[in-house]
Design a protein around this ligand. Structure first.
Ligand code: PMV
Length: 344
């Protein structure tokens, strides 16, 4: 028995940064993201034989080659779903995965990777038990969260919200698609990811989340994120581009500000990250073209814009920004898209 899924990566508009002290992998504040249709992981999970070892039994390959460095994270993930997935208790599985974007680009591949793995496992669990989950996508999102928090938001083509908002919507255990209609002006959006540094991050995301625990600035950050989510939703519904730009850029800078006020403090932006941000601000002011930047927990810069400005933004990248990238690398993706099962 074998199942295969493609799952897109995503980019957060309001960032998840910090976990609740209680529970497993629950976010300290709600976040919202766009899927990145053209940057995806493709993963297959195959049942190999029975498992009587009393612990998860798996083999893992990346593009059909062994990758021992990935194994501890996968083992930890399978342990987390041990009680709820008879599939993991009863069978030994083989996982093979690949990304459609190159290595060494520093792109957050864990969202796509754990998203795809969660989808395969949820589908296989349905097949071995012949019991369908009440809401398959919700279930896949719920377990994807246990592998990598941001992965739970990759299940929907609409902007996805993960985390309970104090006013009562959203859920800490799984992501949900935005429930109102997305304004037409956000239907054809693009993301160009400028690769400033493709190397390993000096501080991992899980270490970064942990550093918010005793951070005196964290409560203020969580409260601002709650407000920003409401404003982003409003902007997405009403088509308010300038409001969206303002919040998205502020969120990116707040994420990095939290790193700088952590103990120990650290900086993941590079000088070229700042150079790109300043060029984007200058360009927006001079050309009045609504292109916004955001950042993940790394030095790379995402430029988000409407497809109608595609050639303008490509010219901006070619003429002014490529010099700040590592080896002239950037990746482009349409925004949106949902996971797809690959039928062999
Ligand atoms: O999913 P994690 O644990 O790798 O956390 C990623 C958090 C950010 O990418 C920095 C922000 C987000 O909401 O995606």
């Amino acid at each position: 028995m074998k199942v295969e899924y493609k799952c897109p990566s995503n980019i957060a508009l309001v960032k998840y940064w910090g976990k609740k002290p209680e529970g497993i992998q629950l976010p300290a504040n709600p976040s919202i993201s766009f899927n990145l249709k053209d940057l995806y992981a493709q993963t297959s999970v195959e049942i190999i034989h029975g498992n009587v070892s009393g612990q998860p039994s798996f083999t893992f390959t990346y593009e059909n080659n062994k990758r021992p460095s990935f194994e501890p994270k996968i083992a930890a993930f399978l342990n987390k779903i041990w009680d709820r997935y008879s599939l993991v208790r009863e069978f030994s599985i083989h996982i093979n995965t690949s990304n459609n974007f190159p290595h060494g680009t520093g792109i957050a591949s864990s969202a796509a990777g754990f998203g795809a793995l969660a989808l395969c496992l949820a589908r296989l669990q349905e097949q071995v038990t012949s019991i369908l989950f009440k809401d398959f996508w919700q279930e896949a999102s719920n377990i994807a969260r246990l592998g990598s928090g941001s992965a739970c938001r990759s299940m929907y083509s609409k902007p996805a919200i993960w985390g309970a908002h104090p006013t009562g919507f959203g859920n800490d255990e799984y992501a949900v698609p935005m429930n109102s209609a997305l304004h037409d002006s956000f239907e054809n959006m693009m993301d160009a990811v400028l690769i400033v540094d493709g190397g390993e991050k000096a501080v991992s995301s899980s270490a970064g989340h942990n550093l918010l625990k005793n951070n005196p600035y964290a409560p203020a950050r969580f409260s601002v994120a709650n407000q920003n989510l409401i404003s982003v939703l409003d902007a997405l519904e009403k088509g308010q581009f300038s409001k969206l730009i303002h919040i998205v850029e502020s969120e990116a800078l707040q994420l990095h500000a939290m790193m700088m006020v952590s103990n120990p403090y650290y900086i993941l932006m590079r000088p070229n990250t700042l150079a790109i941000i300043e060029k984007v601000w200058k360009y927006r002011q001079e050309r009045q073209i609504p292109v916004m930047f955001t950042l993940d927990a790394g030095a790379n810069v995402h430029l988000i814009f409407q497809n109608q400005y595609h050639s303008d933004v490509m010219n901006l990248i070619q003429d002014e920004l490529l010099v700040y990238t590592e080896k002239g690398q950037y990746l482009c993706s349409a925004i949106g898209g949902s996971p797809e099962e690959v039928k062999n």
